[in-house]
Design a protein around this ligand. Structure first.
Ligand SMILES: [Zn+2]
Length: 273
């Protein structure tokens, strides 16, 4: 049976959550110091956002603190939990997967063959597939790239095999050289095939972004990258990107257990309705 893990939508996570093993006292139980009260009053009345006070905003739940940001909307301040972009990108990839499989099957079954060459080709067949396929790959790459950028300190000096400084390290270099050094463990040793699959996500994404007509071969331009995309193993890519991320940050990517399925679909309506 196919591994169901990795196909369910996942839980979105805040950037920072602090969990306590005791109930956090409510505001009324604690008397804040005088200067804090003054600052809080000023914050409530002013149009200034928390950054201008040099403060972080934290939403407080019973046993949870979650970092948040404020936003000025209709002359009031609203508070939004700050989500970890790795989980948002990964969630996009997963949510593209369900209809992507359907569109791929439809493309393969309904495209004209030698037997029915006179059938009118429907451009949407490949279009629908390609849109979700590229969403899936771009967002897997986005999850990996934002993950690398969260782990690697901004002033990190990238060095190649010969000890020379690399000014613009590739995402592969960050994932398979830098992060193993920082975290002192190697994904390659944990899962050799996974390294190959993750590297391939980056290659596929670059292929799509840099799609160029292959004029040397024929005039039909994009056929090779398109064929590769139809053959591409999206399930494996989704699974291994998760394996990589969770290897370095256990349980960052977790199935949501709400029992529902969330996925992107195409909604068709009449114009102006
Ligand atoms: Zn859910």
């Amino acid at each position: 049976m196919e591994d169901k893990r990795g196909y369910s939508h996942i839980s979105l996570k805040p950037t920072i959550r602090v969990q306590t093993d005791f109930d956090i006292p409510s505001q009324n139980d604690v008397e804040p110091p005088e200067f804090a009260k003054v600052q809080a009053e000023d914050y409530k009345k002013s149009k200034k956002l928390s950054d201008e006070y040099g403060k972080d905003l934290i939403l407080v739940f019973e046993r949870n603190l979650i970092y948040a940001f404020d936003f000025f909307y209709n002359s009031k301040k609203i508070f939004i939990p700050e989500l970890n972009p790795v989980t948002i990108f990964y969630s996009n990839a997963i949510m593209s997967k369900k209809r992507l499989d359907d569109f791929k099957l439809k493309l393969l079954e309904e495209s004209p063959s030698l037997k029915d060459m006179d059938k009118n080709p429907d451009l949407k067949l490949f279009g629908d597939f390609f849109q979700l396929a590229s969403n899936c790959i771009f967002n897997l790459q986005g999850a990996l790239e934002s993950f690398a950028n969260i782990i690697i300190p901004p002033d990190y000096s990238f060095i190649d095999k010969n000890g020379d400084v690399i000014n613009r390290p590739s995402l592969s270099h960050k994932l398979f050289n830098t992060i193993p050094k920082i975290k002192e463990k190697e994904f390659k040793k944990h899962c050799r095939r996974g390294k190959f699959v993750v590297e391939n996500i980056i290659k596929m994404r670059n292929n799509i972004v840099h799609l160029k007509p292959t004029k040397e071969q024929t005039n039909t331009k994009f056929k090779n990258p398109y064929r590769r995309l139809i053959k591409y193993n999206f399930s494996d890519a989704i699974k291994m990107a998760r394996e990589y991320i969770n290897f370095y940050e256990p349980n960052l990517i977790e199935d949501c257990n709400c029992g529902k399925e969330y996925f992107f679909d195409i909604i068709v309506s009449q114009k102006n309705q």
